[in-house]
Design a protein around this ligand. Structure first.
Ligand code: DC
Length: 201
């Protein structure tokens, strides 16, 4: 039986951490859909054409070592504006969402476009300053060289592009639980998401 959990929200709001935790807790498969766009963005940085890269994307491409960099994140956000790129990635995501045993997908348009009939929809957010600080600490850990101000500018630019695009813009899906994690610990945020999912299981 399928059971889809859609978790959307802006960069560094905590959706990845929450998604992995609830997937493990409920024994659901997890797909970080940002990785699809990051893999396409990485290929474009290497000189590929975006739509072709999306159409030819393979599972191995999601394992590339450079997908978590700030440069690839911006490239991902840019290719994500192109309707043909998004269209090329829809079937894979929809099939994943409805796989037997249930699935958690996190991204920007899971509850609005990919799986509007998801059993649970959560929109995870936090203030830009809190998200920039989190991303800054992550990048530092990976030997990043950006300042906190640069990371904040990066986060704001990506928010604007993801939110203002014409196709599948980032926004809370109808009926979603809004989870603002600005003042929450990871444990509290995971507990809130777990409770919302348990109520529908
Ligand atoms: O979640 P992330 O930061 O890894 O996503 C990288 C970019 O990919 C994000 O800025 C916009 C795009 N994206 C998207 O448009 N739709 C999704 N479902 C997931 C990501």
């Amino acid at each position: 039986m399928s059971f889809a959990v859609a978790i959307d929200g802006p960069a560094a709001a905590g959706k990845g951490t929450i998604s992995r935790a609830v997937a493990a807790h409920f024994g659901l498969a997890h797909l970080d859909t940002g990785l699809l766009y990051r893999a396409v963005g990485a290929k474009v940085l290497e000189g590929a054409e975006a739509v072709e890269a999306a159409e030819e994307l393979r599972a191995e491409d999601l394992k590339a070592g450079n997908l978590r960099t700030a440069e690839v994140a911006q490239a991902a956000s840019k290719v994500a504006v192109i309707p043909e790129v998004r269209a090329a990635l829809v079937d894979f995501q929809r099939a994943f969402a409805r796989r037997d045993g249930g699935a958690v997908l996190d991204g920007r348009d899971i509850g609005t476009v990919i799986c509007p009939d998801a059993e649970v929809k959560i929109f995870v957010t936090a203030s830009p300053e809190v998200r920039a600080k989190r991303r800054f600490l992550e990048l530092q850990a990976a030997a990043g060289v950006m300042s906190l101000d640069e990371v904040l500018a990066d986060v704001l630019a990506r928010d604007a592009r993801d939110r203002d695009r014409a196709t599948a813009p980032m926004k809370p899906a109808e009926g979603s639980l809004i989870l603002d994690t600005s003042e929450m610990t990871i444990g509290e945020a995971v507990a809130a998401a777990t409770k919302a999912i348990a109520a529908r299981r």
